[in-house]
Design a binder for this molecule. Sequence first.
Ligand SMILES: [Fe+2]
Ligand SMILES: [Fe+2]
Length: 194
Amino acid sequence: MQGDILEIEKYVRNIFVESPQGTDQKRKKLLKNFWENHTKEVIDLSLELAKKYGADREVVHLGALFHDFSLAYDREPHDEVSSHLAYEYLIVNWFNQTVAEKVRDIILKHRCKKFIPETLEEKIVSTADAIAHFIPAFYKGAAEVAREDYAEMIRENIEKLEDEYERKVFFEDEKKILKKYMKEFKENYYYKTK
Ligand SMILES: [Fe+2]
Ligand SMILES: [Fe+2]
């Protein structure tokens, strides 16, 4: 099954990297950055957490892979649209219905807004998504493409990051790790540029 997931990963990657939104170069670069410095990070972190907490790796991998899928098509609300697209994709590709439903629910709940994670696998992808937002490469890449100041971008996002820390991290260990990241973020980019 792992081999199949790697094929699906290629499929999703191509959609982000080849951008279905036409020829807008800036948007293409942003989507490529999004894939490389966000989705891939969420996949890696989710798999690490799945190992650590003994979760279903297949379901977690697929959930992380598709969690922001509809952003490649610029379609919101991306939790709802992505969960629908992923479910359809998995059913069409002969995945077991229970697996498809679990993946659908991970994606639907990853923002912890309208829907809140309940299962271990749902909590893992939500947590990994929050942690990935603290990875500097994501903002550096986006700032480069948008020709914006990286520190300024972080400063604008610090409230969002704090909010994610409060709502989306379900494990004590990861809360501790993120607390450290957040402190560094603030010291480096918030207080200095305020
Ligand atoms: Fe998202
Ligand atoms: Fe995300």
